[in-house]
Design a protein around this ligand. Structure first.
Ligand SMILES: [Zn+2]
Length: 257
């Protein structure tokens, strides 16, 4: 008889060692015909809020790397995914804890160009940039979008941000103009190959910009109804290196707080 295996993925945020060793979860399987699942003790907990989450004013403040912290929450519902003959339960991260941003040279790190451009937009428009997805730890990244392409997202390494501008929700092209205006001496090209957006992305040596329309790129981080922009870092001026995803940067570079 064909055997069906039920795979439960349990995120171990109680154990730093689990993260550092790259172990993502525990596995429980049952044979076909068994009626009940083993009960798992799992209590949902909210992580402590980040400082900027308590700001309910309409004012905008300078963007810092603090605004890029992972949006994961232990209060988010588990998601059930079918993978072949396996059922996988995917849980979000940050169950009652925080974790750091990616660690680079012993410090929490977001590529500075992202912070600079978002502040440039705020300075130029006088409006508030709302980051909807900054750093995503591996668990949150998978929770948001378990697709193969997303496994190497630059969100994992602090090199990508998704956002919209409050009060300019329906004018994303004007926001793009402000981004291009950040580079008065740089010509941008349009990326002609097929992507997951209908608007041709813009790119120069340093960054790659995508515009997601109302019906594009929706996920847990971007469940709002506005168009939004994402900026990926392609080249790091400081190190003079191309910026690319690596497993090590994504999985080893942050710590539980
Ligand atoms: Zn996370």
């Amino acid at each position: 008889m064909k055997k069906y295996t039920l795979l439960l993925l349990i995120i171990f945020f109680g154990s730093l060692d689990a993260h550092e060793s790259g172990i993502k979860g525990g596995y429980i399987s049952r044979k076909h015909g068994e009626k009940t699942l083993p009960s798992l003790s799992y209590e949902k907990k909210q992580r402590p809020p980040y400082s900027w989450e308590n700001d309910f004013t309409r004012r905008h403040f300078p963007i810092t790397k603090e605004h890029f912290r992972c949006r994961g929450s232990g209060l988010n519902e588990e998601r059930i995914e079918i993978e072949g003959e396996e059922t996988v339960v995917i849980r979000d991260c940050l169950d009652g804890h925080r974790h750091t941003l990616p660690i680079h040279n012993d410090k929490e790190f977001i590529y500075p160009i992202l912070i600079d451009i978002l502040n440039h937009i705020q300075d130029q428009t006088g409006k508030k940039v709302v980051i909807t997805s900054g750093h995503r730890c591996p668990d949150h990244n998978r929770y948001v979008d378990p697709s193969k392409e997303n496994e190497t997202s630059k969100h994992l390494i602090g090199a990508e941000v998704s956002f919209y501008v409050e009060g300019m929700e329906d004018q994303p092209l004007k926001v793009v103009d402000h981004i291009l205006g950040y580079y008065p001496d740089s010509n941008f090209s349009r990326f002609e190959k097929k992507t997951n957006v209908s608007t041709l992305p813009w790119y120069n040596k340093e960054i790659f910009i995508k515009l997601f329309l109302e019906n594009e790129g929706r996920n847990k981080d971007n469940s709002h109804s506005f168009p939004y922009l994402s900026i990926q870092v392609r080249f790091d001026k400081d190190s003079q290196e191309l910026v690319s995803y690596t497993w090590k940067k994504a999985h080893r570079g942050f710590k539980k707080k």
